[in-house]
Design a binder for this molecule. Structure first.
Ligand code: CTP
Length: 412
């Protein structure tokens, strides 16, 4: 791919040449665009040497339309680090230097940002509002990560490591290959017969399903027992009702042959986050049934870890992004958002609190105390709680029947 790495004025700019080096190593043609402040932390000769191209920094150095020719050349713009300032500028439509002008010219779905700032700045409502705006337009984000910050404190705000950003770029490259494959498949397949009863015709729904795997090393991961059956049944029930369904699934052996279910396979919570935030803006609604790991190992070894004598081993875990809560902040008027709550005690109170906290329209509550409900089974028993105070309880049914009941309730 042709990639522009945009660099803004945060201390993490010193890691930008390493990111450029990794992307070049992956076979991409990389150019750099930097703000003047970024050059306080890294240098023009370094960026020009690692990329092999002239640095784009001055809006008028080669005429006044270079941002447009660069936009036409690039498949992807990766801003790393992205300061609170550049995030705010893009969210407000400000273009007052070379990089911000390029960012406004670039289609949002071809832009990735790796925020980096102090944790209190990151938590500020203005920054969170701006990030939600960017995500709503289809811009993707990587990080920020947790850990020690340049100001001497510790918290969420560190730029994700260059390896992690390069990995996200690889995901985008893979998605593009998949998109082309899907397009080819669609043009080659006969069109399905029109559905006779299609109350959701013209609607597009997003469903997440299955577990996530969080890598420890090249052969091990942290996972859970989710089979994906409930999510696949939901995707098919929505498609049977006439919707086009984007199914984002974690690792599972399940298959779906439904012509209106378009599947994206992911492995980790962060890959699921990236796919779901990308797809949600174009959807009528989303049902998030995946069992997403709340935590991942802070580091993933690229080789098999060896054991050392009889010593124990400690894994440090860091929190994953909450996909459902993020979609709750992105939700526009008219969009429906449905979450799941798998509870063991105080079931209704916990589910009710998740419904409010994550800005949902409905929450589907599973109690692990009910026999035949939960992970791996072919049956389920749920209570669907609505934001309007409605409460709909199912008996023990097959997951397909429960899916139909959920779809009927949340799409009415
Ligand atoms: N979920 C998500 N992203 C996460 C964690 C959960 O999208 N990182 C979604 C699940 O798909 C589900 C809902 O959030 O729809 C509830 O998941 P659950 O694990 O029950 O709730 P948590 O918010 O993680 O709360 P807790 O673990 O404290 O019960």
């Amino acid at each position: 791919m042709n990639i522009i790495v945009g660099i803004t004025g945060g201390i993490a700019a010193y890691k930008a040449p390493e990111l450029v080096r990794l992307l070049v190593k992956d076979g991409h043609d990389v150019r750099c665009a930097a703000t003047e402040h970024a050059l306080q932390f890294t240098t023009r000769p370094t960026l020009e040497t690692v990329s092999g191209h002239r640095l784009y920094c001055d809006l008028f150095s080669s005429g006044s339309t270079e941002h447009i020719s660069l936009k036409d050349w690039a498949d992807l713009l990766v801003v790393a680090p992205a300061t609170a300032n550049i995030i705010g500028k893009v969210a407000s439509g400000i273009a007052d230097d070379a990089l911000s002008t390029l960012l406004l010219a670039m289609p949002p779905e071809r832009t990735i940002m790796a925020p980096a700032m102090n944790s209190q700045m990151w938590a500020h409502p203005a920054v969170q509002r701006n990030i939600a705006t960017l995500l709503g337009w289809g811009i993707r984000t990587v990080g920020p990560a947790d850990g020690p910050l340049a100001c001497g404190t510790s918290g969420t705000g560190r730029m994700s490591e260059p390896e992690e950003i390069a990995r996200q770029v690889r995901c985008v490259a893979t998605e593009q290959v998949r998109c082309v494959a899907t397009l080819l498949q669609h043009t080659q397949q006969p069109q399905p017969a029109p559905t006779t009863h299609a109350p959701l015709a013209g609607q597009q729904w997003l469903v997440t399903a299955g577990p996530t795997y969080e890598r420890i090393d090249s052969v091990r991961f942290i996972g859970n027992y989710s089979s994906g059956k409930m999510g696949f049944a939901l995707a098919e029930a929505l498609a049977d009702a006439g919707a086009e369904v984007e199914l984002v699934t974690g690792p599972t052996a399940l298959k779906t042959g439904h012509p209106h279910v378009h599947r994206t396979d992911v492995e980790s919570a962060r890959e699921m986050y990236s796919a779901a935030t990308q797809l949600f803006p174009a959807c009528t609604g989303a049902i998030l049934s995946a069992a997403v790991a709340d935590y991942r190992p802070s580091e993933c070894a690229d080789h098999k870890l060896k054991k050392h004598g009889s010593e124990g081993m400690t894994l440090t875990l860091v929190q994953n992004p909450d996909i459902l809560a993020t979609l709750g902040t992105m939700k526009r008027d008219g969009q429906r958002l449905v979450g799941f709550a798998l509870e063991t005690d105080n079931e209704l109170a916990n589910a009710e609190s998740k419904l409010q906290r994550k800005n949902l329209d409905y929450i589907v509550m599973n109690s692990l105390r009910d026999a035949g409900a939960g992970f791996g089974t072919d049956t389920n028993k749920v209570t669907i709680l609505g934001r309007d105070g409605s409460r709909n309880e199912s008996p023990l049914l097959s997951k397909q029947e429960v899916a139909r009941m959920i779809v009927e309730t949340v799409t009415q």
